[in-house]
Design a binder for this molecule. Sequence first.
Ligand code: ADP
Ligand code: MG
Length: 614
Amino acid sequence: MDKHQVLKQYFGYDSFREGQEFFVDKILSGQDVLGIMPTGAGKSLCFQIPALMMDGITLVISPLISLMKDQVGSLNQAGIHAAYLNSSLTAGQYSKALGFARQGRYPIIYVAPERLLTEEFLNFALNVNIKMVAVDEAHCVSQWGQDFRPSYLKIVEFIRQLPTRPVVAAFTATATKEVRDDIIDILELQEPAVLTTGFDRKNLYFGVASPKDRYHAVQNYVETHPDDSGIIYCLTRKAVEDVWQRLRQAGVMVTRYHAGLSDEERRRNQDDFIYDRAPVMVATNAFGMGIDKSNVRYVLHYGMPKNIESYYQEAGRAGRDGEPAECILFYNGQDVITNQFFIDHNEDNQELDPITRQIVMERDRDRLKRMTFYCFTNDCLRDYVLRYFGEYGSNFCGNCQNCITQFEEVDITKAATALLGCVSTSGQRYGVNVIIDTVHGANTAKIRQYQMNRNPYYAAAADVPVYRLRKIINELMIRELLIVTNDEYAVVKLTKDAARFLECSETIVMKMAKELERPLKEKTEKKAKKSMAGSSLLTETDQDLFEQLRALRLELAREEKIPPYLIFSDKTLLSMCVIKPKDKVKMLSVSGVGTFKYEKYGEKFLACINNYLS
Ligand code: ADP
Ligand code: MG
């Protein structure tokens, strides 16, 4: 079989996605590779397809049990013999799996990095023909990355012991230069073919909102998307508990995940989410790596993550099936302080020497700043992220909140002067709220206590609403006229440029949304009318077919005790609704229906469609 046949027969796909063919070819020609592709781009096939075409064994190193389980499950579903070796197996199961592996039963074996140097595993590995070592989530080797795993450092030691050096193929979604260099150095990749594919995920809609009542905004979103599966990320365990509790009381089928729960409960909750028993997950960032659930329709952030890398990775868990999905960040000024605290108290950094620690902390602060500006910017949000990763777009994507919002140019000189003047005349000692309240002319106890009602700029911008003053402060930060200090009091201070600005009082114009918060709400309401993103392509009657196919899938999944999406993805079901195949040949033309899956499920789905058509 050639690569196209493997793609079609096993996986049911007609064409490769960007980058896939490149990696398949390089690996087959014996060259090491490093692939940097965003979440959901299809990294797995890059090593699975050559693995099936080579005559030896491919070992896949993966950091998490759930990830291995998912991938092996999906290979098995495609009719491929694959197995995993990790601590979730009993000693008996482990030896048995190794026995089969020795007999050459599995072309692909997933193994936890901790296992590699154990006697039993080495004994196996040194006596079989290992053709490739594929390192998934390869950024785990780097201390600069988010998810450093010391056990990943064992990979190279393991490879060195093998009698013949296999091809080493590394894949990750994290693209920064430090991490990329680390992967190449630490894994000792030999003249690797490196390719970074576009980071853009066109099917994802991006939005930012700072609602007064953040919780209600989230609940409203969830309730207007009742049939969709989604993830709500919170910054702290406490917030997870809170949001989870309240959504549960509101009658949402919701589960939760954070490091404070027992292993047992985490596993159970994760399964409930994956199997769609609880389609909404509230979690800290501990949740996600290894979640390949393809039909996540939205990722909400209840709080701003610490950097764009984290945000894009978490948001990227939406819409892996390529269907439309939404990523909305609910921002609040307090988030910066919370993240600052995390940076200052990062336990991972405690082990570093003082100089490195200082560098790491400064880098983290800078990243936090750039994350914060994402929440403030009026430019294309997608472009902002892509530029962060070094890609340049058109500055208009048409599928983010800023691109669909109508802006107007507003002269903010007067308000800006008042804000800067107020900071200056009050000795640069107060936080954002006091400054805003002062120029707005609020008559609160706090303002009187600080005697800010005697400040020369008191009520100088009384006609500008508070939310606009907040936007203006944000704008002044982006323009580096103001900074907010990083200590626990978060005091507003002037930069050198601010002094210059106050002296020559030039005009400042900024883009402001004509009507605030509207676009998001409108979109939410519009979307609530249809039950699923993507199904908008369907007529109302086809919608019924889609529901029937979904129900059939769920029934089969329950029987087999596997997640529904391992049978067919939403995207595949949608294609079935459009194509309405009546026979085997037509059914096999549906993207995502391979030969093996057809044998297993094809007729049941054909029957369902025929039944529906008659
Ligand atoms: P990654 O590891 O890069 O995050 P995965 O390998 O898990 O992504 O793939 C994401 C989804 O894309 C999976 O559902 C997979 O089946 C699908 N996919 C991969 N390659 C293709 C392709 N060539 N055509 C259609 N779908 C694909
Ligand atoms: Mg992957």
